[in-house]
Design a protein around this ligand. Structure first.
Ligand code: HEC
Ligand code: HEC
Length: 406
């Protein structure tokens, strides 16, 4: 991992807050309560972070933006050359129009399997081509699916929601008979070996930012770490892989000066990255939010969860207004790929915060508009969708205004 020692110049953070407030900050810092007045803009750090945390945030931002080269371990197969390359709209941490490819097989009994249980279902788009290291979808594939990026704004708050909170929202057998039967994704946290509730990714495949970042470093960029020490490129002979990528594994090692791995830096950036603040609210938006609740959208898109107790005030019992239960549901849109704890027909409820900055919608990007996304809801979300279809024009406009304010 190379790192340029740039000064602590940054898009969000104290300087920007100060400029917005029209204050000259001689010592480079302002007290937290002042920041708390104005909602953060996309890309800002969490209001109230300490100078030491802000330094970690910036170190992480640099690594998140750093474009990797083959000499640093990029490849042999990869989808992108930096985290920021796919996560940058409307600011670093967001999305991009990229979509990725997954594929697998469904047998005569309808059972899904990956071609390679180690490499999973991802087929990287690019390769270091020197020795023929491009992964290719086998002709036996019966399922091919696309996935669009998910923004990482507010990631630290999502990370800090206790497993018990998500478990309490579960209703796998639909005992309350509302048609909605969310399931928590129980996955292994590779950093600790513990079983945790997955919450990151379209399939809730990872439980923590650290592990998601390490997974992305390997699977998106081909960079191994001690959490994911083996290069994975479906169907490519290991000897060939070494020719395409001769850098010894793990490729992401501690930086001598900072004693931190790239994956630690990614985690810090995402942890201290603020959620996207709400747009303006008015009477119509408030009516729309009531409608959202009344027709059953909030059964899955739970408006607010809370972080657990923490010694860090940023994460100590803080409200997280993400509009999601982070559980797995069948809403009739499943991509046919079983992954981690998620069945082929299940998708994790996506957070709706920051929705106004996100297009296309749904896991595969098939929906151009919010209405298209809602109309795609079926199965567990059938009642809510019928509720939407039955709205009078005033309520419908209000609901869409509410969604447009997120
Ligand atoms: C080629 C594009 C691409 C690159 C490069 C990329 N990502 Fe992503 N990111 C995605 C996609 C697509 C998803 C959704 C994946 C899924 O769930 O199947 C995603 C999801 C995520 C999530 C889950 C967010 C949530 O709330 O569920 C995190 C965290 C994340 N990426 C972090 C990173 C980090 C850190 C890096 C760099 C090491 C990175 N990404 C590199 C495309 C990319
Ligand atoms: C049973 C749970 C459930 C209910 C009820 C539900 N949703 Fe969803 N919603 C989901 C899931 C799961 C997805 C992701 C589907 C996918 O990507 O394939 C989703 C996706 C969305 C998206 C797209 C978000 C994105 O980032 O792509 C929007 C917008 C949305 N829902 C709004 C609504 C509205 C409005 C209602 C009420 C009419 C509603 N949902 C009811 C579970 C639910």
């Amino acid at each position: 991992m190379t790192r340029s020692r740039r000064s602590l110049r940054h898009l969000g953070g104290p300087g920007r807050w100060a400029r917005r407030l029209g204050v000259v900050v001689a010592a480079g810092w302002l007290a937290a309560p002042v920041f708390a007045q104005i909602p953060p803009a996309p890309g800002d750090a969490l209001p109230g972070i300490t100078p030491a945390e802000f330094e970690l945030f910036n170190l992480g931002l640099e690594d998140f933006l750093e474009v990797e080269e083959p000499e640093e371990g990029l490849g042999p197969a990869f989808n992108g050359t930096s985290c920021g390359g796919c996560h940058n709209v409307p600011a670093v941490g967001g999305i991009s129009p990229v979509s990725e490819l997954r594929a697998g097989m469904v047998d005569a009994d309808g059972v899904y399997t990956d071609f390679d249980p180690d490499a999973g279902s991802l087929f990287q788009l690019f390769s270091i081509p020197s020795h023929g290291c491009q992964v290719v979808i086998p002709a036996e594939a019966t399922v091919i699916a696309r996935r669009v990026p998910i923004p990482v704004f507010g990631g630290g708050l999502v990370d800090a929601i206790p497993d018990e909170t998500l478990l309490a929202l579960e209703d796998p057998l639909d005992l309350d008979r509302d048609g909605v039967s969310g399931r928590a994704a129980i996955v292994e946290d590779l950093a600790t070996g513990e079983l945790r509730v997955g919450r990151f990714g379209w399939k809730a495949q990872r439980a923590s930012l650290l592990v998601f970042g390490a997974d992305a470093y390997l699977n998106e960029m081909g960079i191994t770490s001690d959490l994911f020490p083996r290069e994975q490129s479906f169907g490519i002979d290991p000897a060939l892989m070494r020719l395409c990528d001769p850098v010894p594994d793990p490729e992401d090692v501690e930086d001598r000066a900072t004693r931190r791995r790239g994956i630690d830096n990614f985690e810090s950036f995402m942890k201290f990255l603020a959620p996207v603040g709400r747009g303006p609210t008015d009477a119509q938006v408030r009516l729309g939010e009531q409608t959202f609740d009344a027709i059953g959208c909030a059964a899955c898109h739970v408006p607010v969860l809370e972080t657990g107790p923490s010694s860090n005030p940023l994460f100590d019992r803080q409200p997280v207004a993400l509009y999601a239960d982070l559980l797995l549901h069948d809403v009739g849109t499943g991509d046919g790929i079983a992954q981690a704890a998620a069945a082929a027909n299940e998708v994790r409820t996506p957070a709706l915060w920051g929705l106004r900055f996100r297009r296309p919608l749904l896991h595969d990007g098939r929906a151009a508009t919010v209405t298209d996304a809602i109309e795609a809801h079926a199965a567990e979300a059938a009642l809510a969708r019928e509720g939407f279809d039955g709205l009078d024009p005033v309520s419908r406009a209000a609901l869409l205004a509410f969604l447009g304010s997120l």
